[in-house]
Structures are given as C-alpha cells and as structure tokens.
Design a protein around this ligand. Structure first.
Ligand code: ZN
Length: 84
C-alpha cells in the first residue's frame, strides 16, 4: 500500500503519519476524513472529499467541515482494505 500521507486533523498526541500494521480499531489506525460531511451534502465517495486521518483524530474532529492541515486529497484510486 502506498504511503497514506499525514493526518489532516491532528489531535493531541497525534503521531502525524500512519502505521498500517495497527488494528483498524486502534485509535491511531488510518481512517478517511470527509471535510464536507455527508450531513452537509458532501459526497463520501468523492476523492476530493477524502483525506487521511486517524480514528481518534477523526472522532475528536467530529462533523466539523474542513481540515486543519493543508494537504492533497487522496488519490482517486486510493482504497483501504480492512482486515476481515
Ligand atoms: Zn491524527
């Protein structure tokens, strides 16, 4: 898997980058942040509305729109495969 980049909404203790060997329920596991929440009419499948974030950071950020760090959106072909 390619480098997931840096967390766009760092919270306290955020390591910045991602460790893809973590369990997907780990607080620092990779997850996708949607700066334009679906509740605000944003598409959750639009690549320009998908940014890398940590589970915990995303949780703390909540449904606020936008991002904290200026970064590029994920590549259109980006996909995350969760362990089943
Ligand atoms: Zn983070």
């Amino acid at each position: 898997m390619r480098d997931g980049g840096r967390c766009v909404i760092p919270t306290e203790g955020c390591p910045g980058t991602f460790d893809f060997s973590l369990h997907h329920l780990d607080r620092w596991a990779f997850c996708v942040h949607h700066p334009d929440p679906r509740s605000a009419g944003g598409s959750v499948s639009d690549p320009s509305n998908m940014y890398p974030a940590h589970r915990l950071c995303n949780e703390k950020w909540g449904n606020r729109p936008g991002i904290a760090e200026p970064v590029e959106p994920l590549e259109p072909n980006h996909s995350v495969e969760w362990p089943s």
